[in-house]
Design a protein around this ligand. Structure first.
Ligand code: PLP
Length: 454
């Protein structure tokens, strides 16, 4: 049992007092529900709050009960994404397809995760999805880890530890959440050799930096920014020619991993045509669960993926069964021509006229309930560090009223609705609102508008 501290600064009440309080009949029910230790802790916090001048209304035991309820209330909640950002990092990136959600339920029970049902022998969990990925992307090897950050770290560790990896200074990116290429490189034990400048790196810069200790050339897709103006960078084909000439590996950290062309985002197929090893995220443009996908092409790629799979780090980074199930279902949808079942694809490709019709329908329904709105032209964003300059034309529904109060009220609603403030108006983008959420959203907007009038 945890020892209770009584010397804490600000702990105004001596322990015996709390220890006695908790025995009062008013707390008996709470003790039964939450256990004595939790109730003591809640009483202590409540008394400390009271000493800080927080004078609530009502009895102390009600405040204590509220604290305990808040402690166990579900934290992860469904929200309606009306921001228009398709891969919204704060909202969980790609929403899963129905088939992927169903697969989660299967994997949640007992499953043949590592059992070959044919032979009754131990199977390979990775094999459940690597064949599908190889077929989907037409490559020669595949391995999946926890996320793309792990995939890059594993690639550098397994393939280049103690050796040199050449990378352009224009690609030393930071991806949100402290993924910085130079840090990852240091962690892997590979020595990073920087070439070129922030805005210009030529193929010859790479070639001149090659030494007998060079293991690979690394290209990092500058996912979340673009350098414009006086720029130059070696193409993947240039890098491929160099690595072939010198018998080196070409590793491409693709980031988003577009399975289909979107804007100027490099596709997985384009990358595979030149690289030995390609890595990308499962929950960006692929539209699946969080995962790091590693594909290998040609002899070098196959050998590289084999080394990565057998590296001890791969075990530490392996994906769990729920992810595996969702990824398998996602890959199968794409492989069988059902990419349209993936919410990410649907949102990306929804014609602006469909979005307009939906916005107009919401507008009419809201008007009937006394909420005034207007349609404005705008732009949805791909997000997730993809295509920073590539907006998708959309139609926004701007709600008449004080923008920040409206968006706060929406966020505090049930379910929470995350809106976007644009030009001082609280806007809803139908593009990222999922099928079947329309009525819930309209109700939520009506409630929020009414709440701020009070
Ligand atoms: C997003 C991204 C990563 C990190 O991927 P996670 O799946 O979030 O770990 C790494 N590299 C690039 C280029 C990216 O765009």
């Amino acid at each position: 049992m945890r020892r209770l501290r009584d010397s804490r600064p600000g702990s105004a009440v001596s322990l015996p007092a709390v220890g006695t309080l908790v025995n009062e009949p008013a707390y008996a029910e709470l003790v039964k529900l939450y256990g004595r230790e939790q109730v003591v802790e809640a009483i202590r916090k409540q008394i400390a709050a009271e000493r800080e001048g927080e004078t609530g209304e009502g009895a102390r035991e009600d405040a204590v009960a509220a604290r305990l309820r808040a402690l166990v209330a579900p934290r992860l909640q469904r929200v309606i994404n009306a921001t228009g950002v398709i891969l919204h990092t704060n909202l969980g990136r790609a929403p899963l397809a129905r088939a992927a959600l169903d697969a989660l339920a299967v994997a949640g029970g007992y499953s043949n995760l590592e059992l070959d049902l044919e032979t009754g022998k131990r199977g390979e969990r990775a094999a459940l999805v690597s064949d599908l990925l190889m077929a989907l992307f037409g490559c020669d090897a595949a391995v999946v880890v926890n996320n793309n950050a792990a995939a890059v770290l594993l690639a550098l560790t397994a393939l280049a530890k103690g050796k040199e990896v050449i990378v352009s200074r224009g690609q030393l990116v930071e991806i949100g959440g402290s993924f910085r290429m130079p840090d990852v490189m240091r962690l892997s034990g590979a020595r990073m050799v920087e070439v070129g400048t922030t805005n210009r790196t030529r193929a010859s810069d790479y070639e001149q930096a090659i030494t007998p200790r060079t293991a690979a050339l690394l290209r990092v897709h500058t996912s979340n920014f673009r350098v414009t103006g006086f720029t130059e960078s070696a193409t993947l084909a240039d890098l491929s020619a160099i690595t072939r000439r010198h018998g080196l590996l070409l590793i491409d950290d693709l980031g988003s991993g577009a399975a289909e062309p979107v804007g100027d985002e490099p596709t997985v197929a384009e990358s595979l045509a030149q690289s030995d090893v390609v890595t990308f995220s499962g929950d960006k443009l692929l539209g699946g669960p969080q995962a790091g996908i590693v594909l290998g092409r040609g002899e070098g790629g196959v050998e590289a993926v084999r080394k990565m799979s057998r590296h001890p780090l791969a075990r530490a980074m392996r994906i769990d069964k729920l992810t595996l199930a969702a990824l398998e279902a996602t890959s199968r949808l794409r492989l069988t021509g059902h990419a349209d079942d993936l919410p990410v694809e649907r949102m990306l490709r929804a014609p602006v006229e469909d979005v307009r019709r939906r916005a107009a329908m919401w507008s009419v329904k809201l008007a009937e309930r006394g909420v005034e709105t207007r349609l404005v032209e705008g732009s949805s964003a791909v997000g997730g560090g993809s295509l920073p300059e590539h907006g998708v034309a959309t139609i926004l529904l701007a709600i008449t009223g004080p923008a920040s109060r409206l968006s706060n009220a929406l966020r505090h609603g049930d379910p929470p609705v995350i809106a976007r403030i644009e030009k001082d108006e609280c806007c809803l983008d139908p593009r990222t609102v999922q099928k079947g959420e329309d009525e819930t959203l309209i109700d939520a907007v009506e409630r929020a508008a009414r709440n701020i009038q009070r």
